[in-house]
Design a protein around this ligand. Structure first.
Ligand code: ZN
Length: 346
């Protein structure tokens, strides 16, 4: 039995002992977990008991944004050794699947993803994970930053799918954690500047700390007017929708330049309409983003290079014993909170 933060059912968390498999297979590593980020999806399972067709039917350990230290390696493992500091990619596909062979393992229907029912997450002191989905952290990347690699990888997936050309003007709709990660990834990917829009002034102030990110408060100014004014009426080269709000789609192609790109990241809860004719008239390219593939190592590289500093986004760190408190705080959705983390080791 090991201790873990368990979502018993919708609205009920407990920090208790649970049986989890800790056998190290030939291609696996065992990791002593140091830091775990609290993600919107973890919180959503807590508050709603489900995300789409994924329903919590039995107790499930939460947490999927994690970093720690290798404590054991399987006999076939060559890339990692005991004592290495690492972060882990939470989704493990079927290595023999058609999607995996195509390099798009994130959309493998058989993917097993931490803290997505019925797969347990990693808010527990030790986990076993395939070495192929475990990434070494350079000495200058902290565990706290290592636990930010997962959400940053979503931003990098968006920037990659956008096929940014150096000098592009970007716009991110939605200033939540993923919106800010996307803006940072778009800058790292070559955007000259990135606008980011939201209704929340505190969130925009956090994003606006970064050089190259320009906040737009849509309670004060119409987004289409701002983008038109800033681009001589041409539009943004790449628009990233990271709010998940159906309202974001009203007039969204007014923001995209002719021949520009719209990247869909935020997942609306309900089927959502958009103006097909407006997209066609501009011959806009539409891309979608589901998690990430082959972006964890790139995320680590960018953090280690100093080009991307995610530390200002860590709002507060809780001890493992305060995990439930951390989730209750995250569930409040305070506008000044970007990322809350839980530290399992002192
Ligand atoms: Zn996450």
């Amino acid at each position: 039995m090991v201790q873990a933060l368990v979502l018993e059912k919708k609205g009920e968390l407990s920090l208790r002992d649970i049986d989890l498999p800790l056998e190290v297979g030939p291609d696996d590593v065992k990791i002593a977990i140091d830091t775990v980020g609290v993600c919107g999806s973890d919180v959503h399972y807590y508050t709603h008991g489900a995300i789409g067709s994924f329903v919590v039917r039995e107790p499930m350990v939460l947490g999927h944004e994690a970093a720690g230290t290798i404590t054991a390696v399987g006999v076939h493992v060559k890339n990692l050794k005991v004592g290495d500091r690492v972060c882990m990619e939470p989704g493990v596909p079927n290595m023999n699947s058609r999607a995996t062979k195509l390099g798009i393992y994130n959309v493998d229907p058989d993917v097993r993803f931490w803290a997505t029912p019925p797969i347990h997450g990693v808010l527990t002191p030790e986990v076993v994970h395939p070495a192929a989905f475990t990434y070494k952290l350079p000495d200058n990347v902290s565990f706290a930053e290592g636990a930010m690699v997962e959400p940053f990888a979503v931003g990098l997936q968006a920037a990659t799918r956008a096929r940014i050309t150096p000098g592009d003007v970007g716009l991110v709709i939605g200033c939540g954690p993923i919106g800010i990660m996307t803006a940072l990834a778009a800058l790292a990917g070559g955007c000259a500047r990135v606008y980011i829009s939201d209704l929340s002034a505190p969130k925009l102030a956090i994003a606006g700390q970064y050089a190259g990110i320009h906040p737009v408060n849509i309670t004060e100014r119409k987004l289409a007017d701002v983008i038109a004014a800033e681009t001589e009426g041409w539009g943004a080269d790449v628009v990233f929708e990271a709010s998940g709000s159906p309202r974001a789609y009203d007039g969204i192609f007014d923001l995209v330049r002719p021949g520009g790109t719209l990247v869909l990241i935020g997942m609306p809860v309900e089927p959502t309409k958009f103006d097909v004719a407006a997209a066609i008239i501009k011959e806009a390219r539409i891309e979608t983003v589901f998690r990430y593939a082959n972006n964890f190592d790139r995320a680590v590289n960018l953090i280690a290079s100093g080009k991307v500093d995610l530390k200002p986004l860590i709002s507060e760190t809780f001890d493992f014993a305060q995990s439930i408190e951390a989730f209750d705080r995250a569930a409040k959705g305070l506008p000044d909170d970007v990322k809350l983390q839980i530290k399992l080791r002192g």
